[in-house]
Write a protein that binds this ligand. Structure first.
Ligand SMILES: [Zn+2]
Length: 444
């Protein structure tokens, strides 16, 4: 693939799904079929212009705002992928009559639809409900140290167009964001959609993020972004709502939603070049007071002869178990290793020194994970990032530490495994963020 060339990784983006986009200077309609377009919701700016999303409201077929509280129902449906009316009643704790009335509004607005599956029931079978995934798109970008991935997704979220291009954090944030938007608009044009079809933009950033204000705070790798007003830039330049979060948080939420939707207390730890973690409880990210929850890489271990960390402290978890630190150790032993990928290549070639280092890293991770188990009592721990490709060599140390240090009640049902998502987890998490935030706020 040539960098800069858009690749369409979806075999069936919008070719066989009938989509109608009818625009007028003042109003945009879009939805599933031409025949239902009269009932579809309208999205437009306060001044009547199509302005993207920030000032937009989703209206019902009669031009009225959707009633307050309706976003709660919408968010539950979106989170469950498909859900029966009975489960909706349980999860929302709303009365059946209220649910019937609100579902009517959502159907009329074109926001939800019936799935093919029916709910198992003693009486008349009823179809499961799901979000109308073609109602709008998200634009999501995973901003990595050397590469940026930009995608368009449906509301499932499912990637319908994708592009990757080189990145450098020596470049000013405005320039990077401008490039992301230019590439995003190219992708939109490629599938015949417009900027106004976007529900919002999600950004995955390899840095601590003050989520509420979409600000990078005290980054180690993207110093030019420290305090840069990302949200303000998008508002002024494109009038589009943007949500930004730390990459590990977004990988955690994408992994949980896609592969472990029934795990109510989910802990994700990423072991790659650096180390971080994300906590997902009842399908929602737990960010803590300022968005720094899960930042475990620089917790210091009380081990003999602590190695120097890249943060300047001695004996941080990263200094034992991060890709950069293991590569440093292997280079000292005469191996060619610069990255986490190089380490895994050595492990896969059964190089004993590399395997030993991965197992050692597993014990370091295990010490921190054991503390997390004692505090959070998660039901599922998933290890992601490039080093997770070390599989059992890495997991063995984690399991050992957890079983030695934690109470039986906390560990007897605990499952520890490697991640199932691929390298698109970050960008899918960013899309998920937009979907959750925007759907939740419908009717507010
Ligand atoms: Zn450190």
């Amino acid at each position: 693939m040539i960098a800069g060339d858009p690749i369409d990784i979806c075999t069936n983006p919008y070719k066989t799904i009938a989509i109608t986009v009818l625009t007028s200077p003042a109003v945009l309609y879009f939805g599933a079929t031409p025949s239902s377009s009269a009932k579809l919701s309208r999205i437009y700016g306060k001044k009547g212009n199509i302005v993207g999303v920030p000032e937009t409201v989703i209206l019902d077929a009669n031009g009225h705002e959707l009633p307050a509280g309706i976003g709660q129902l919408l968010a539950i449906i979106a989170r469950n992928k498909t859900i029966s009316r009975a489960h909706l009643e349980q999860q929302s704790r709303l009365s059946r009559a209220t649910i019937v009335q609100r579902l009517g509004v959502l159907f009329n607005a074109g926001l939800i639809t019936e799935a093919d599956e029916t709910a198992p029931s003693g009486g008349r079978p009823s179809k499961l409900l799901k979000i109308n995934e073609t109602f709008a798109l998200t634009l999501a970008a995973d901003i990595g140290e050397s590469m940026i991935r930009v995608v368009l997704t449906t509301l499932e979220p499912r990637i319908v167009a994708e592009i990757t291009f080189a990145n450098s954090f020596d470049i000013a944030p405005e320039t990077t964001l401008r490039e992301i938007m230019a590439q995003g608009e190219k992708l939109l044009a490629g599938i015949g959609r417009k900027k106004a079809d976007l529900l919002g933009i999600g950004l995955s950033l390899p840095a601590p993020v003050d989520y509420d204000n979409a600000l990078v705070v005290g980054p180690s790798v993207m110093r030019g972004w420290d305090g840069f007003d990302i949200r303000g830039w998008f508002r002024e330049q494109h009038a589009i709502r943007v949500f930004a979060d730390n990459d590990v948080n977004l990988m955690a939420v994408a992994e949980q939603r896609a592969h472990w939707p029934d795990e109510d207390c989910f802990f994700f730890i990423k072991a790659g070049t650096g180390i971080g973690s994300g906590i997902v409880t009842r399908g929602e990210l737990f960010r803590g007071g300022q968005g720094a929850a899960g930042d475990v890489g620089h917790i210091q271990l009380d081990w003999a002869e602590p190695p120097l960390c890249r943060c300047g402290k001695l004996g941080c978890l990263e200094a034992y178990a991060a890709g950069w630190a293991i590569a440093r150790t292997l280079r000292d032993k005469g191996f060619e290793a610069e990255s986490a990928r190089d380490i895994i290549n050595l492990v896969q070639r059964n190089v004993p020194e590399a395997i030993q280092q991965i197992r050692f890293a597993g014990r370091g991770l295990g010490e921190i994970v054991a503390s997390v188990v004692s505090i959070l009592n998660p039901s599922r721990i998933v290890v992601g990032g490039t080093l997770a490709l070390g599989g059992e060599h890495l997991l063995a140390g984690i399991r050992e530490q957890v079983s030695q240090r934690c109470l039986p009640l906390a560990t007897r049902k605990l499952q520890i495994s490697t991640a199932r998502s691929d390298e698109r987890a970050g960008v899918l998490g960013a899309a998920q963020l937009v979907i959750d935030e925007r759907l939740q706020s419908v009717g507010k």
